[in-house]
Design a protein around this ligand. Structure first.
Ligand code: NAP
Length: 297
């Protein structure tokens, strides 16, 4: 059994940590808010509370076999003390975040040659309160098909989470970004849930974002093409009209959002390849300006 440190016990951290706890791993949750029991259950199933080992200050943290980074992309810089104390020479780090920069987000804060496993998370989960999470429909994680990625997947082999390694992680991560980039920006900027997809011009805006995301993803090596666009737009249009997404929910609650990991990234990566992405650039500027209101000078 492994000693697993979970940084960021939110929707994903609690679900993933809860799955490992049930399998007998020694799980330490490192967060900002205390809780003493973990309640993680699938929507509609009976919840069970299990005692949880939770730290809210980094002092006293000792390294684990694994350290799972489950804070949102923009929160990593606030979590560096956990990374400093939770990682020893033989610790492996996994980064469970949306976007395509899981490795880049953490690399500056860990020692050179620390194994970092980027993970695509396909696990719709909602935090009901500290230590309490409900997940829905599916619980899938994907890591690269190398020794560290396979070792990460092995942690979950008997759990309710399906963790698999893929020989084309780049494509998998960009496919997920094709879902997140249009939906996050459009709901957040309009302040409306998915019903907004039916408003005039919005589906075309989504198509334009997708075209840019696909062009940049292809330049980065993802095997994606424009055949993705219409099925993705149809899935946005068929979503429950009152449903939001995590950027929208964070914006409505007055919190920072992951706009930079989902939209800013398209602009950054496009510049590397000299690809024009005027729609993403405009959205990123608007999202950045909207966010700046949270930090008035
Ligand atoms: N939820 C989903 O359905 C879902 C699905 C796929 C992918 N993802 C991705 O998974 C990642 C995690 O998302 P999430 O939904 O789990 O977010 P979340 O529920 O907001 O959880 C983040 C957790 O990290 C904590 N945190 C923030 N800064 C911290 C720090 N410096 N030290 C310790 N803890 C800190 C937060 O504390 P507070 O309690 O104080 O906020 C919160 O408990 C994101 O990249 C997201 O895009 C999420």
């Amino acid at each position: 059994m492994s000693r697993v440190i979970v940084i960021g016990p939110g929707a994903i951290g609690c679900t993933v940590g809860g799955a490992l706890l049930r399998e007998g791993h020694d799980v330490i949750f490192c967060g900002r808010r205390p809780f003493d029991h973990l309640r993680v259950h699938k929507d509609g199933e009976v919840e069970q509370a299990v005692p949880a080992h939770v730290l809210t200050t980094a002092a006293g943290l000792t390294p684990g076999d694994w350290l799972l980074v489950c804070v949102k992309a923009h929160q990593v810089t606030s979590a560096v003390e956990w990374l400093r104390l939770g990682i020893a020479a033989d610790t492996k780090v996994a980064v469970l975040q949306n976007g395509v920069e899981q490795r880049e987000n953490v690399e500056p804060f860990v020692a050179p040659r620390t194994p970092i496993v980027p993970v695509v998370v396909d696990l719709p989960a909602t935090r009901m309160g500290p230590g309490h999470v409900v997940w829905r429909r599916k619980a899938k994680l994907s890591a690269p098909d190398d020794a560290d990625g396979r070792a990460f997947c092995m942690l979950f082999r008997k759990s309710f989470i399906e963790a698999t390694s893929t020989d084309d992680f780049v494509t998998m991560a960009w496919r997920k970004l094709c879902l997140n980039a249009p939906d996050g920006a459009i709901l957040t900027l309009t302040g409306q849930p998915r019903r907004v997809w039916h408003k005039p011009g919005i589906a075309d805006l989504g198509r334009a974002i997708l075209r840019e995301c696909i062009a940049v993803g292809r330049a980065e090596g993802a095997k994606i093409d424009e055949s993705l666009i219409e099925p993705q737009i149809i899935s946005f249009l068929s979503a429950p009209p009152d449903e939001g997404n995590s950027m929208y929910i964070d914006r409505m609650a007055g919190r920072e959002t992951e706009w930079n990991a989902r939209n800013g990234v398209i602009v950054r990566k496009a510049a590397k390849h000299d690809i024009a992405v005027p729609v993403s650039a405009a959205l990123a500027a608007l999202l950045a300006a909207q966010e700046a209101r949270l930090r008035p000078v």
